[in-house]
Design a protein around this ligand. Structure first.
Ligand code: PLP
Length: 400
């Protein structure tokens, strides 16, 4: 019998990290590799935020804090929810964690019992199913296909709910598809959820601020206030303020759940980094110029990448509403043969062959639960994106 926990056997390592690692290996061998697989802004953390961190260190704010966040940050988060989302929370309803990932994970660990199901629309952020498995629950996916704009329909949601459904995870704009739900599209889903009072809603709003063409972001507790008492609204500073390495995320919800999450955090990481919390406070309360600047840059890059990928044989790339990913469908490439003789049977074959022949690292759709497709993270310089898309085009042209 293995020394390792049996729960681990059900969990895969993050495929996005696996691709990044393989690309790094090839680079170390001297290959010219373009990595478009990592999910983080390529900008530096804004100066005012870095300065706030330095000031916090110099002021001796370097000790343990309350397990789920300093009072000042919780207050700023309450103000953010009121100002940007029309949601009223008090500090006792706020949990700050080591990244959005930890808050989502805490919530799952705090609520999962054996047999509990969690509904996850696909394509999904790679970590959702595995976090559910680690927490002892069962992920149930619902496919939001390309012809549905990578969104699920209210009918699909209704059909997927069972007496065992505990959570519905909602992510708009989405990683990996960039698809966002309009207020009306979201309202159609919340109408379904109203009819099923045993289902809780975990809304992952991480890409709220990266939305294009005037897309108006909305979140379930705002669209349907009757769901407020069973919604955990999750967000963070990683993507909005180029702070992925600082590891600060937060969630707001009913006091009982937030207290349970605090208990878990107090016995695992104790508290998120004190310095990062002071930096996050400045991110939320300070000037917001970075948010507008990065949104503009990402929209320009999105347009560039969508246009160039739609020019490639066998690729169909929808235009996303937000985030910094595109999720082109590659139905037209499947079954073709690469110059190496390799038949492209799956999107994983496509990704491996593309990396090996053209040195472009992307993540295959299977990792996100919807195939055949791949994800490009366009959080990279314009010239890099042009070069990458040129290589992808050459790769597609060579497929016979
Ligand atoms: C949809 C989504 N949610 C949550 C996270 C976690 O963000 P972090 O833990 O860096 O705050 C990510 C990061 O990739 C994400 O894409």
């Amino acid at each position: 019998m293995s020394f390792l926990a049996s729960s681990l056997a059900r969990v895969k390592p993050s495929p996005t990290i696996a691709v990044t690692t393989r690309a790094a290996e090839l680079k170390a061998q001297g290959r010219n590799i373009i990595g478009l697989s990592a999910g983080e802004p390529d900008f530096d953390t804004p100066e005012n935020i870095r300065d706030a961190a330095k000031a916090a260190m110099d002021a001796g704010k370097t000790r343990y804090t309350a397990p789920d966040g300093i009072a000042e940050l919780k207050q700023a988060i309450c103000e953010k929810f009121a100002r940007e989302n029309g949601l009223t929370y008090t500090p006792s309803q706020i949990s700050v964690g080591t990244g959005g990932k930890q808050t989502l994970y805490n919530a799952l660990v705090a609520t999962m019992n054996e047999g509990d199901e969690v509904l996850i629309p696909a394509p999904y952020w790679v970590s959702y199913p595995d976090m559910v498995l680690l927490a002892g629950g069962t992920p149930v996916t619902v496919a939001g296909t390309a012809d549905q704009g990578y969104r699920i329909t209210p009918e699909q949601l209704e059909a997927a709910i069972t007496p065992k459904t505990k959570w519905f995870i909602f992510n708009s704009p989405s990683n990996p598809s960039g698809a966002g739900y309009s207020r009306e599209q979201l309202k159609a889903l919340t109408d379904v959820l109203l009819r099923h009072p045993h289902v809780w809603i975990m809304s992952d709003d991480m890409y709220e601020h990266i939305a294009f063409d005037g897309f108006e972001f909305s979140t379930p507790a705002q669209v349907e206030p009757k769901l407020y008492d069973r919604t955990l609204t999750c967000n963070g500073v990683s993507k909005a303020y180029a702070m992925t390495g600082w590891r600060i995320g937060y969630a707001a919800g009913p006091v009982e759940l937030i207290s349970a999450m605090r208990k878990i955090q107090s016995q695992s990481t104790s508290n998120p980094s004190s310095i990062s919390q002071w930096a996050a406070l400045e991110a939320l309360n300070g000037p917001q110029d970075y948010v507008a600047m990065s949104r503009e840059a990402f929209q320009r890059r999105r347009d560039l990448v969508v246009k160039m990928l739609n020019d490639c044989d066998g690729i169909d790339c929808p235009t996303p509403d937000g985030a910094f990913y595109v999720y082109p469908s590659i139905t037209g490439c499947i079954g073709k043969t690469a110059p190496s003789g390799k038949v492209i049977e799956t999107d994983e074959d496509f990704a491996t062959e593309l990396l090996d022949t053209e040195g472009v690292a992307i993540v295959f759709g299977g990792a996100f639960g919807l195939s055949p497709a791949f994800r490009v993270s366009y959080a990279a310089a314009d010239e890099t994106l042009v070069e990458a898309c040129t290589r992808i085009k050459r790769f597609c042209e060579a497929l016979k």
